[in-house]
Design a protein around this ligand. Structure first.
Ligand SMILES: [Zn+2]
Ligand SMILES: [Zn+2]
Length: 238
């Protein structure tokens, strides 16, 4: 299992990988889970969490980077099992409460063709178990109160309420604000508002982070993100 350590003794484990990544933050005493993956990964997720000694007392928070089904399908079950406080951006609470997906558009010819034809229909059909949030995120949320040198920032564009978790200004967990699947590109195949997403890349580059962990694929370097930001900034006239 991949892991990263920050200078503030926070460890980030990539607890699920494959089609959707999920990350576990640990400060040695407590844990925060970020995203929950697809429902067919539920068993492995639980086994791995229990392998770390995660229980009702130690899992203090579950943060959803956004409310697409491939991140949220196990939320209700994890909430019921470990009772963490659930954090989501305020603009996506309505989706979570109904088990619905925020809208997306294709960002290239192929995915655009696909979403123009099917996206609304398919996204409406792929529902997940609704869950109730405990805390709503607005722009920024400091996680120091929970004992982690980390904060949540709003990085919209892929969806309206996409958020990223910045750990000690070193490592960012970014959900689908970028992808880590293509070699020289971080540009996701789907986004609700691509221009806004590029602005969010700028926000992420304003942090001191050098590693960006997406929910699909492997980590992106700051250098790659900067190159992509410069390229798309021009393309979108920003
Ligand atoms: Zn998504
Ligand atoms: Zn996703």
């Amino acid at each position: 299992m991949k892991k990263w350590e920050t200078k503030c003794s926070c460890t980030i484990y990539q607890i699920l990988s494959g089609r959707s990544n999920s990350f576990l933050l640990s400060n040695e005493k407590r844990f925060i889970l970020i995203d929950t993956g697809r429902k067919n990964s539920y068993k492995s997720l639980i086994q791995r969490l229990e392998g770390f000694g995660v229980n009702e007392n130690s899992l203090i928070a579950l943060i959803l980077t956004h409310t697409h089904f491939d991140h949220a399908e196990n939320v209700l079950k994890i909430k019921e099992k470990f009772k963490p406080k659930l954090y989501v951006h305020q603009t996506e609470a309505k989706y979570l409460m109904k088990g619905e997906n925020p809208s997306i558009n294709g960002t290239n010819y192929i995915t655009k063709f696909f979403t123009d034809l099917f996206a609304t229909d398919i996204l409406q059909r792929i529902k997940y178990s609704p869950a109730k949030y405990d805390y709503l995120i607005n722009d920024n949320y400091n996680l120091e109160l929970l004992g982690f040198k980390a904060c949540i920032i709003h990085t919209p564009g892929h969806t309206v309420g996409s958020i990223s978790i910045i750990i000690n200004n070193e490592i960012a967990i970014v959900g689908d604000a970028m992808f880590g699947i293509f070699k020289e590109s971080v540009y996701p195949p789907f986004a609700d508002d691509p221009k806004l997403m590029i602005k969010s890349w700028g926000k992420l580059l304003d942090t001191g982070c050098s590693i960006f962990l997406p929910a699909h694929g492997t980590s992106n370097s700051r250098e790659l993100l900067q190159r992509q930001y410069d390229k798309y900034k021009k393309r979108f006239g920003l």
